[in-house]
Design a protein around this ligand. Structure first.
Ligand code: HEC
Length: 153
């Protein structure tokens, strides 16, 4: 009887461990593996706004258009100039820009109607698509940056 109890217990112990490991793994997946609901909401809204306001020129896949419209899917400029990028969404950009060693020089029109929240959402979208992995752009961060932009005329 004792033997039987022992063997049952022995048999059970590892399975408790295995169960525990599953619970931990599931918890970790939920905690770290999945984006937060807020991130997902910003990303989804950002994608809609991108398609509406940006994809005409930069294309839905972010590849840009020849020498006219620079790419976003592979852009050293985006990597290095996060604050400028947030500003150019609201205020537009003109003059020469070097992107991946290639010169662009067409004016990008301003989209002054976009709110800080919408620019945070667009920022979240473009900075987490096509290999970019910056994480969420919070509205607070967007507001701080947008209030310090050097406006283009
Ligand atoms: C009418 C076409 C047009 C539209 C619409 C447009 N852009 Fe641009 N964008 C440009 C051009 C042209 C440049 C290069 C400006 C220059 O040469 O000074 C540029 C530059 C950029 C850059 C910096 C360069 C790079 O490739 O990293 C980013 C980022 C960018 N645009 C994002 C956006 C986003 C986001 C939107 C939508 C809110 C948008 N653009 C809408 C034409 C456009």
């Amino acid at each position: 009887m004792q033997k039987l109890a022992n063997s049952l217990l022995n048999g059970r112990r590892p399975s408790v461990k295995v169960y525990g490991a599953f619970v931990c793994a599931a918890f970790l997946l939920l905690a770290c593996g999945r984006p937060s609901p807020k991130f997902s909401q910003y990303y989804v809204q950002g994608e809609k706004l991108y398609i509406k306001h940006c994809s005409n020129c930069h294309q839905v896949d972010g590849s840009g258009l020849a020498r006219l419209y620079p790419p976003l899917n592979d852009s050293d400029y985006m990597q290095k100039n996060f604050r400028d990028v947030m500003c150019l969404i609201r205020y537009g950009k003109s003059g020469e820009l070097m992107i991946n060693g290639q010169q662009f020089n067409q004016p990008m029109p301003a989209v002054p109607s976009l709110t800080d929240l919408e620019i945070a959402e667009i920022g979240t979208y473009i900075y987490n698509s096509w290999g970019h992995q910056r994480g969420i752009v919070e509205v607070k961060e967007a507001t701080e940056i947008l209030s310090s932009c050097v406006k283009q005329d």
